[in-house]
Design a protein. Sequence first.
Length: 139
Amino acid sequence: MERAIFTEFMVFLNKAFFSQIKVKEENVNIRYQYDEQVNEILEYINQNIASPITIDHLANQFYLSKSYICRIFKQATGTTINKYLTARRISIAKSLLSEGMYVNEVCEKCGFRDYSNFLKSFTKAVGVSPKKYALYNAR
């Protein structure tokens, strides 16, 4: 009787152990899938940064729902898609302004379609207007 109970207990422990391993493997596979999807999204954004990119556009491009794409992006990067887009565009704008490019040209090359939005976003992120930034950082 003791052996039977001991054997049942060992079987129970093995099942519990292997179910935990299976759950961890599934989580690793899900995490890997998220990372792959987010890497593809980031690559697409960086290759098309000068184009108008919206969450709707990305969701359609990758055949994902808007809520899902936003969730996995935030989970993997720690920021939202729109904040990433703005930060990336501002970073490119700073580089182009430092090279001596005109503010209007920079606005278009960075994917901002509205100059006032570019001005507001740039000033908020950098602390000075694009024109002042260009004057202080021209090479």
